[in-house]
Every structure is written in structure tokens, then in C-alpha cells.
Ligand binder design. Structure first.
Ligand SMILES: O=C(O)C(=O)C[C@]1(C(=O)O)C=C[C@@H](O)C=C1
Length: 363
């Protein structure tokens, strides 16, 4: 069989794919028209602010994943494809400005694109504080921030900002984090310094100590900022993701240098909207207890009483110098579910501080 036979065998199959793509495109256009009408209805009812409905998006994707069960189209692709379809339709209703820690090529950007899709207006910010401020002041509609990492634990600055901010959580996205060692040319003769975000330096600590113990480790504002600087300075190595390497034209000296091969970061989607129950939700909250024996035990007993599962329990010093703490807790269920509502009401009753960050669809 020669090349001509191959082309002849492929031709009818490719014709079928072309015909299917035409149908898909026609259907996508039909969907886009309906989304525009949805936008008009929302407008007529005065819902002009943010078009985003996290619970509806989660329900659409979950329903399709179930329908697709045991079919040929890959399971993960359902989420990826429909996130983009919904993103494009949402963008036709109204543009969404998304703030995150930049510059371009950061893991936060990846999380933002994965959660909100590509039909967004990106607003890269210089710090987590700036991300919160951009959303609070209305310059951005929503923001995406890392909250915890599987190797390093809580992202403290985010935790502190969540404590005082009026923003609410409406979604989450967990991404695998693969760090790469990057350099301008790949010729490391002149290298004296290693740039990376403190979280990235910590996640690669063992590998760096084994392979580059002599290099000065310099904290950067973000991984992509480290990559951007290294692209201009051959005396610097940078730790960042492969995305940043491509954007800033860097050489990948070594891929996957994080100490844990399964390194993951969980990001939170923030805004001023409340996500309604989607059928599979979780709730994030912060509370503090009076400083007395058994207080924490008493505090969390309403969860057991009302059969609410706790999936995360983290503490952070209250900075009073009194060994007092804020507790960051995630529970399964939506704050509108009756058992969750009862447990939260009892917890609130006994706390010296109580704040619900939001209920939102589980990824
Ligand atoms: O159902 C809506 O409220 C819509 O705006 C439509 C749509 C979609 O494309 O399916 C778009 C954006 C919302 O976040 C949810 C769903």
C-alpha cells in the first residue's frame, strides 16, 4: 500500500468529519443565539451585573459527563470542551473581566482559563492583594487565587485576605503543578541566582538542594515574573511552568522538578455573586473560638450532630499574641441545605468570630 492508497482510504472518513463539524458548528451557533436571548431576559429582569451562574455551569457539565458515561469521547474532554462552549456563550451575553496573579503564563492564569474558559478579559495583577482589590472595587468581575498546595499547605496571604475581604467564593479549580527549571539560553556557565515564587522554591526544595545547592535562591512576586526576568538575564535560572517557558522563550533545563510528582494547587474563584445549590456543593467558612478548654471540640460538634462532613480544617494565628486562632473549614453541602444551615447556626452561636466565605459547586 502506498501513500496514494492511504489518501484514498482517508478521504471518505475526512469527508464525514467535515460534515459532522458543520453540524457541530451550526448547533454551536444556535446555542450562542439562545445564550444571547438568555442575556436579554436577564437584562429585562434587571440582572445586569454579572452573567455568570456557577451552579448552572456545573450542572450542565455534570449532566453531560453522566450522559457521556462509557461512550467514546474522553471523559475529561467533556469538561474542557463545554467549559469553552459556555465561556464563549457567556462572553456573548457580557464580557467577564478576570483578575489573577500575573504576569502572563502563571499557574493562576492557567486556573482562571481552565475555570472561566478563554472568552474572558484577562487582568494580570502584581499581587494577591491587588487581585482582591481589583474585584472589590469592580475593576474586575471575578478573581482566581491559590488557596492551598498539596506539598506546602495553605497559601497564607490568600487566607489572610479572605478573612477581611467582602468577596465570596463561587468556585474552585485544582490543577497539577509541574515546575520547570528555565534559562535564557540553556548554557548555565554564568548562572549565579535562582528566581522563584516562595511557594515554588518550597515545593522544589529537596530537588534544588540536591542539584543546585550553591545557587542563591531569590524570591519573585510570581513564577511567571521569575521567568520574565530570567528571559532578560542569563545569570538567572527561574522556576515556572512550561507555559511561562513558551511565552518568554526560555529553554527548559529540567522538567518536573517539584519534590512531589503529584504536586497540586487548589484555586478559588472569587467575586460578589452567590452560587446557588448545584446538587454537589461545598461551603468554606472561617471561625474563631473563645480561648477555653474544649472550645474547638464543642465548636465542631454541630457538624457531627447534623451529619455534615468536614473536608478541610486549617488554623491561622489571630495575631493577638494570645495563642488564639482562626479556623478555616470546608464542609460538604450548601449553606441552604437544611442540615448544613442548622449546623452553621449552632456554630455561629458559640463563635467569637464567624464568616461564611461561600457555598459553591465541587469540581
Ligand atoms: O443559563 C444561563 O444563565 C446562561 O447565562 C447561559 C450559560 C450557558 O452558556 O449555558 C452561560 C453563562 C452562565 O454562567 C450559565 C449558563
Amino acid at each position: 500500500m502506498d501513500k496514494k492508497d492511504l489518501q484514498a482510504a482517508l478521504l471518505p472518513l475526512r469527508k464525514r468529519i467535515d460534515a459532522i463539524d458543520e453540524q457541530l458548528l451550526a448547533l454551536l451557533n444556535e446555542r450562542a443565539q439562545v445564550a444571547i436571548e438568555v442575556g436579554e431576559v436577564k437584562h429585562a429582569f434587571g440582572e445586569t451585573d454579572v452573567i455568570l451562574k456557577p451552579e448552572r455551569e456545573a450542572q450542565i457539565i455534570r449532566r453531560l459527563q453522566q450522559l457521556n458515561h462509557r461512550q467514546t469521547f474522553p471523559e475529561e474532554a467533556v469538561q474542557a470542551v463545554w467549559s469553552e462552549v459556555i465561556s464563549a456563550c457567556r462572553g456573548l451575553e457580557r464580557g467577564l473581566v478576570v483578575a489573577y496573579l500575573g504576569p502572563e503564563g502563571s499557574f493562576s492564569e492557567q486556573a482562571a482559563l481552565s475555570y472561566y474558559g478563554h472568552a474572558i478579559q484577562k487582568m494580570p495583577c502584581v499581587s494577591f492583594d491587588e487581585v482582591f482589590r481589583a474585584v472589590e472595587t469592580g475593576r474586575a468581575n471575578v478573581g482566581m487565587v491559590p488557596v492551598e498546595n498539596s506539598t506546602e499547605g495553605a497559601v497564607n496571604r490568600t487566607q489572610d485576605l479572605l478573612l477581611t475581604s467582602m468577596l465570596k467564593v463561587h468556585g474552585e479549580r485544582t490543577l497539577p503543578i509541574r515546575h520547570c527549571l528555565l534559562h535564557k539560553t540553556g548554557d548555565l556557565k554564568e548562572v549565579t541566582r535562582l528566581l522563584g515564587h516562595p511557594q515554588a522554591l518550597a515545593q522544589c526544595h529537596q530537588w534544588l538542594s540536591m542539584n543546585y545547592p550553591q545557587l542563591e535562591r531569590v524570591p519573585a512576586a510570581s513564577n511567571s515574573e521569575a521567568a520574565k526576568q530570567a528571559a532578560e538575564d542569563p545569570t538567572c535560572l527561574a522556576i515556572a511552568g512550561i507555559q511561562a517557558a513558551m511565552i518568554y522563550g526560555l529553554n527548559v533545563v529540567q522538567e518536573g522538578i517539584q519534590d512531589d510528582a503529584n504536586n497540586k494547587t487548589r484555586f478559588l474563584a472569587l467575586g460578589k455573586i452567590d452560587a446557588l445549590p448545584s446538587g454537589k456543593d461545598q461551603t468554606s467558612l472561617i471561625f474563631a473560638v473563645p480561648n477555653r478548654a474544649g472550645a474547638v471540640y464543642d465548636m465542631i460538634s454541630p457538624f457531627a450532630k447534623h451529619k455534615v462532613s468536614m473536608t478541610r480544617f486549617e488554623s491561622r494565628p489571630a495575631r493577638t499574641g494570645q495563642w488564639e486562632y482562626y479556623f478555616y473549614v470546608d464542609i460538604l453541602g450548601h449553606q441552604q441545605d437544611s442540615n448544613v444551615a442548622q449546623a452553621l447556626a449552632e456554630l455561629k452561636e458559640q463563635s467569637s468570630f464567624f464568616k461564611i466565605l461561600g457555598s459553591y459547586p465541587m469540581q
